[in-house]
Design a protein around this ligand. Sequence first.
Ligand SMILES: *[C@@H]1O[C@H](CO)[C@@H](O)[C@H](O)[C@H]1NC(C)=O
Ligand SMILES: *[C@@H]1O[C@H](CO)[C@@H](O)[C@H](O)[C@H]1NC(C)=O
Ligand SMILES: *[C@@H]1O[C@H](CO)[C@@H](O)[C@H](O)[C@H]1NC(C)=O
Ligand SMILES: *[C@@H]1O[C@H](CO)[C@@H](O)[C@H](O)[C@H]1NC(C)=O
Ligand SMILES: *[C@@H]1O[C@H](CO)[C@@H](O)[C@H](O)[C@H]1NC(C)=O
Ligand SMILES: *[C@@H]1O[C@H](CO)[C@@H](O)[C@H](O)[C@H]1NC(C)=O
Ligand SMILES: *[C@@H]1O[C@H](CO)[C@@H](O)[C@H](O)[C@H]1NC(C)=O
Ligand SMILES: *[C@@H]1O[C@H](CO)[C@@H](O)[C@H](O)[C@H]1NC(C)=O
Length: 724
Amino acid sequence: MHPRSSLPVLLLLHLLLSCTASALPSTASFLSQYPHFGSFARYLAETGLADSLIDRSNLTILAVDNAVISRLSGESRDVVRRVLSMHLVAGYYDLPKLRQLPNGRATLSTLAQENGNPRGSIEVAILRNGRVAFGSNRDVMLLKSVASHPHGISLLQTSDLIINPQTQGDGNCLPLCPSAKSISKKSEVLPIDTVFKLPSPLPTWPAGGGFGSGIIDFGGLLVYQTSSFSKVWAVYEGGPDNLGATFLEPSSLPEGYFMFGSYAQPNNRPLSGWLLVGKDQTNDISNGTSKKPVDYSLIWSSNSSNIKQNGSGYIWLPIPPDGYKAVGQVVTTSPEKPSLDKVRCVRSDLTDQCETETWIWGPTGNTFGVYSSRPSNRSIGALAVSAGTFIAQNGQPSSPPLSCLRNAKYNISTMPNQSQIEALINAYSPIVYFHPDEEYLPSSVDWFFTNGGLLYTKGQETNPVPVEATGSNLPQGGLNDGAYWLDLPLDGATKDRVKKGYLQSAQAYMHVKPVLGATFTDIAIWLFYPFNGPARAKVKLINLKLGRIGQHVGDWEHVTLRISNFNGQLWNVYFSEHNAGIWVGASELEFQNANKFVVYASLHGHAAYMKPGMFLQGSDGVGMRNDCAKSNMFLDTGGNYSLIAAEHLGSSAIPALPWLNYCREWGPRVDYDAAEEMQNMAKALPGKLKTAFVNAITSLPVEVLKEEGPTGPKMKPSWNGDEA
Ligand SMILES: *[C@@H]1O[C@H](CO)[C@@H](O)[C@H](O)[C@H]1NC(C)=O
Ligand SMILES: *[C@@H]1O[C@H](CO)[C@@H](O)[C@H](O)[C@H]1NC(C)=O
Ligand SMILES: *[C@@H]1O[C@H](CO)[C@@H](O)[C@H](O)[C@H]1NC(C)=O
Ligand SMILES: *[C@@H]1O[C@H](CO)[C@@H](O)[C@H](O)[C@H]1NC(C)=O
Ligand SMILES: *[C@@H]1O[C@H](CO)[C@@H](O)[C@H](O)[C@H]1NC(C)=O
Ligand SMILES: *[C@@H]1O[C@H](CO)[C@@H](O)[C@H](O)[C@H]1NC(C)=O
Ligand SMILES: *[C@@H]1O[C@H](CO)[C@@H](O)[C@H](O)[C@H]1NC(C)=O
Ligand SMILES: *[C@@H]1O[C@H](CO)[C@@H](O)[C@H](O)[C@H]1NC(C)=O
């Protein structure tokens, strides 16, 4: 996004000064003394607090009021960026204070510099390496805490604009982001006020087995997945994007079913989620699969805090009878304990260990937090199940107060059979877009082999052999011991042609697997690229091609669809991004053509992103670029796909592919000195950027630089385990 046009910015500063520091007066007098931003900037100038703030060479105050906006809009992008990278926030935040944030994160209120009124918010998180990151993408770093006033006001300078059009926690980017309007209208319409629905109704899945039948039997405990909720309590600040969160419970339950606990979701996205509800089928009073709690304990209540909320919220933990466990918590709006009939606890043998997943909500400056839950054991075929309930807790207890469910019966017939898998792929297969400048496209594996892919054997490097179309002459099984590897053809012209791939031949390779106690199906969709192009770096405003760094032969990339076995609905998608990746909710996807969605493959590196743009891997505006954009080069993964594995269908259902059982690398190890290469690159940079560049690049994980050819899908941890 380019923030050049329409700058309804009240107060921007671009000033430069150098003097000696002095103390700020109290916040109140400070604000009354400097009622508008121009004065604020001048104030900083006078006190020298803005020393080295931006650029010593320019002492001009760029924008004071609307009259100056046109002037700013004529400025270079760089100037606008630096101006908007200053954030005035409520609270005293110097570096040590930021580093000690409870839970390592907070949503800070930003203030209008003209009058100190609350204006928006900015998310801050402490990364594992101690760096202070901003924005919901956590890709913008703290440059410095310019000034922190003990009476509660700080000026923070970030390494770049914080732009995430999906969200609002963007500090000064606020007036520039299209979605930012929703913040000023916070009390009117929140994203969560919209109920997310897939663009098209779900098709009728082919009949057969237990897939899509609505109910799964965990062993005397029937379980149903519901997505129709009614609101119980909402809070309008704190949490992601400082938009608060909403707590809900099922609006109706099928006959005989009960809830395990309430549902909670941040307000910053459309209502989109589910809860499992259960029914005890045993008629066993003493040892049934579920029982009422014996009591509740109050975990937290909002009644003494002055946060913006609708009524007061009370969060209760059910106290289970002996031999049973709580798998959810209950939210009410009154201080009276909920009825014991409100929820059920579950017999211990139908529960499994649970852990917190993502942050849903928490008041600023408090160790209390609400998180989504997931089972600890998420191996393929593990029995543990997410109940969809949240975990509210104070601080980080050694074990969470709740359990997850366990599908003790584990009837694999809840998984889709082959015709159901085909129907799911027809419904959801994504369209992968390649960057307009992409030179290295995917191909089918067969195409790579039949067009000259070579198998090398250690010790016989001078005698590589061509690989058969199906890979039947590849060594099978074993370890990735470096005894064999694949490479491009030797002949220069053929090599260059094969490097470029062949989109028309490309096939999506799909792996179907049971997750979360077979209550969900994961479909991992793999693409093969003969060549991964050179990485490109961004060093502040300078772009650099990284020569051989990041290049490698043989590149496997994937996205994974997570689909409910209760009803066949797509809930989440995992985008693999080099060594890491993210799970994204269906409500955040870009859909195209009914329920099919869009994946962006980054230029040269082919990492998967959910939206176009430039994603920087690194910090402080220095790192590896991942550029994503649509072009007329794309692959409809449902068009010509191949099911490579679906273990639950039985060993004979899918023919074994020799190349899938090839466990060594798909490319040779590189024979150059990456460190030396980097020093050569760095030579082109101005002095102080050299070190920043070398530090940023060397701190990238080895997997990103991929100095070794990668292994195939079956060797990745996600083959037998969860994605993240
Ligand atoms: C200072 O900023 C103003 C406004 O952007 C610009 O016209 C001027 O050239 C700058 N001066 C220097 C020395 O960079
Ligand atoms: C899926 O299951 C249904 C019902 O058992 C059966 O009719 C259908 O043939 C199966 N499809 C495949 C491809 O196995
Ligand atoms: C598994 O589920 C299928 C389909 O719902 C059912 O026909 C079969 O009896 C179940 N198997 C067991 C062991 O309960
Ligand atoms: C209750 O049933 C479970 C599962 O069948 C069993 O493991 C447990 O021992 C039973 N408890 C009692 C008190 O009978
Ligand atoms: C607040 O709660 C009441 C009752 O619980 C409800 O009628 C009202 O619509 C809620 N207000 C908002 C803004 O959600
Ligand atoms: C707040 O909740 C506590 C705990 O239930 C209760 O004791 C107290 O009376 C409540 N305060 C108000 C003002 O409702
Ligand atoms: C996770 O579940 C799998 C499959 O049931 C099991 O083999 C494995 O031992 C479990 N792992 C842990 C750590 O409990
Ligand atoms: C699908 O891809 C395979 C492998 O490249 C190819 O042999 C086949 O002709 C393709 N089918 C269609 C319909 O494009």
